[in-house]
Write a protein that binds this ligand. Sequence first.
Ligand code: PMP
Length: 380
Amino acid sequence: MQAGTTIFEHMSGLACAHGAINLGQGFPDFGWPQSVLQAAADAALTGHNQYPPMRGTPELRAAVAAFYGRRQGLALAPEQVVVTSGGTEALAASIFAIVQPGDEVIILGPAYDAYAPLVARAGGVAVLVPLAPPDWQLAPGALAAAITPRTRAIMVNTPHNPCASLAGPAMRAELAAVAAAHDLIVISDEVWEEVIAPGTSHASLLAEPGLAGRVIKIGSAGKLLALTGWKVGWVVADSALAERVAQSHQFLTFTTATPLQAAVAHGLGLPDAWFEAARARLAQARDRLVTRLQGDGWVVLPSAGSYFVLVDLPASGVEMADMDFCEAAVRQAGVAAIPLSAFTGGREAGGTRFIRLCFAKQDAVLDAGADALARARQLA
Ligand code: PMP
């Protein structure tokens, strides 16, 4: 299978080449804890550099279980945690553990761009069930209508990238009812779980009544600690499912960087106040960008989770297709954004109404990005 180059790589490359402000790829330019960087350095300098256990260091597995107990009320044992090389490897290990050739996997779309290629690589068939704007919830009955005797699993993403929505109570209940009725596994990508409104709590599908024993929950230190380049992630699931994912993981990357595991274990133990302050800082960045964009006449969709907001081009008076607008914006106006069509089946699919912007940036970068978007509007 030829997957091509991802839109993130493409747009970040163009942003570099044209000296553009990069509101495309989702990485923050602030917010990581200094003590976690120090813990990584200390671990490397004090001899924590050889292969760790395949399922992750005991310290990190215990820290993940404790973190979810404290922040989400989940009762987990360290044995239920498998450490992976980022959320991406957690997705791959989970899909390869569950999906057999010919199995159908429900993908709720728009969807994170790795899902469909990984399902195809496992020999499975991705079956798209659409989520519609502005709230991106399941239409009642749509999920049940897509189930066939070959359906094996459902991929869920909450908070959602790129739509910045949360799976609400009705959607979670419907997922649980359909998964239980048809004996399906739910692969729940929750990497954005901490990037939500200050003072709220994340509703994990692992806690959904009716889904016991069916959920593989995926997390990422990249998002939790604002260190996206570290690529430390994990799955948590009941012990039998976790064992299956571990067997798949052992022939993907086998293990994950030892000193980074030590540092992430330290980071997950930071006080709740640190995580709350991180949320508040991101909400401030989001509000700064959204206020500025709205002032310039852009129509922005609500953003409840993740680093992203979607802008509706035609509602904002721009008639270009999303991909054409993003190409023109980065080359001629100096700002990179991501077309939503990257999450709906590829750049060739004819385009969507939306572009995705990352707000996890310093104020000056957000202001310069908004200035450049105003210039891009003149090109349309
Ligand atoms: N899932 C989603 C929904 C994501 O947005 C991302 C990263 N952008 C990942 C998984 C991958 O996480 P990681 O960088 O830890 O591999």
